[in-house]
Ligand binder design. Structure first.
Ligand SMILES: *Cc1c(COP(=O)(O)O)cnc(C)c1O
Length: 391
């Protein structure tokens, strides 16, 4: 298959990712009906007699969510009987797992280098009497904190540092210690990594990023193999009301049809870019690229583990320029890349991550999200902007 970056993409699957993606979650064909029915806008449904489902009130269930949830589940764990719960954003999905599972007196193990909103969550958990333990993603350091924990939260690759941990190893140890395991799979997307097959109990993601890929909506999901765990997450959605809009859910489902094309091009672009940046870093000019991280770069410390557990290495490349002013000159010299946050979109974006103040990164640290532009155009634009920034 041309454009596929990992030879093992299809291992054990009866169909490839692209074939699965275009049909995921579609209803059986009905003559004179569309292949993907349009969004259902309804606060309530006709409901005579006993108030049983499937569709009763719009905060509980909606047919457009049902189809999206089915589709995402098929990508998360092909051939498995999983349940997916869609949310209004990635943070709604993250919070649903943590706050539906943890009680006062429980201990939770979080990464200390994860998504920038996690410190806020950490504070909130502490006010509820939850003991929060943190360790870095790299070196499987969370292993040392599992004793007596109720839940282990993994983010691999970590955002924005791109460290990777051995998910199978951590999940096995957590289960042996009696803890549940959740993986924030946002960076990898279901096409890049299948946390449930690696032993996780919850696969959680922001679908604002690469899964939907157009930078025009916010959405999240949680997928579980265990129906009771899924029911607890679903109940939390009902209690909090963190529900997706039908239009967003439909747009997301429509976007899934191209997820394999987007992911493959993004990964190919990210690798080409990482290689070009690595050559500059190796040239050793102190006024240029200092360090580069990409889990798909064979020389990267994340590469061995990433290649064992990931099916694609993702669209995010991180690199460090000498200082803040240099990074700002680089960003403003780019012509094909938007200076914007987030990642996983069809248009390349880059930002100086230190501007947010939440991540432990150098002032010249750039988080770059490779889009689906032609590879040569993108690499040429970045190299030209680097030359300009170096003066
Ligand atoms: C963006 C992101 C989130 C939060 O998702 P939203 O859709 O912005 O709420 C959570 N985890 C990771 C790793 C993310 O990148």
């Amino acid at each position: 298959m041309s454009g596929t970056v990992e030879p093992g993409n299809r291992a054990g699957d009866p169909v490839g990712d692209g074939t699965r993606a275009v049909r995921a979650g579609l209803p059986d064909p009905v003559p004179y009906e569309p292949a993907l029915p349009g969004p259902v806008f309804a606060a309530h449904f006709h409901l005579p007699g006993e108030p049983t489902g499937p569709y009763t009130y719009g905060r509980d269930e909606n047919p457009t969510w049902t189809r999206l949830e089915q589709a995402v589940g098929e990508l998360e764990a092909p051939g498995e009987n999983v349940e997916t719960v869609a949310f209004a954003s990635g943070m709604a999905a993250v919070s649903a797992v943590l706050f539906s599972q943890l009680r006062s007196g429980d201990a939770v193990v979080l990464p200390d280098d994860g998504y920038q909103a996690l410190p806020l969550v950490r504070e909130q958990l502490r006010t509820y009497g939850v003991e929060v333990r943190t360790a870095p993603t790299g070196g499987d350091a969370q292993l040392g904190l599992l004793d007596g924990a109720r839940l282990l939260w993994i983010e691999s690759p970590s955002n924005p540092g791109l460290d990777v941990c051995d998910i199978r190893r951590l999940a096995r140890a957590a289960h042996a210690a009696g803890a549940l395991v959740a993986v924030d799979n946002t960076l990898a997307t279901p096409l890049g990594q299948r946390p449930l097959q690696l032993g996780a109990d919850f696969s959680v993601a922001s679908d604002t990023k690469g899964t939907t890929g157009h930078g025009d909506l916010l959405l999240g999901h949680v997928t579980c193999l265990d129906a009771e765990l899924a029911a607890a997450v679903r109940r939390w959605r009902k209690v909090v009301g963190a529900i997706p809009g039908p239009m967003e859910a439909w747009l997301a489902h429509r976007s899934l049809a191209t997820v394999q094309l987007r992911a493959d091009r993004q990964c190919a672009n990210a690798l080409a870019l990482a290689e070009a940046l690595r050559r500059r870093a190796e040239a050793g000019d102190p006024r240029d690229v200092r360090t580069v991280r990409y889990p798909g770069l064979p020389s990267d410390p994340s590469y061995p583990t990433a290649s064992r557990q990931m099916r694609r290495h993702g669209c995010v490349v991180s690199f460090t320029l000498p200082d803040r002013a240099h990074a700002e000159r680089f960003l403003s010299a780019l012509t094909l890349v938007d200076d914007a946050t987030s990642f996983g979109g069809v248009r390349s974006t880059a930002e100086r991550r230190g501007r947010w103040g939440g991540d432990a990164v150098p002032e010249g640290f750039i988080r770059f999200s490779a889009g689906i532009e032609d590879t040569d155009d993108l690499v040429t634009d970045v190299l030209r902007a680097l030359d300009k920034a170096a003066g």
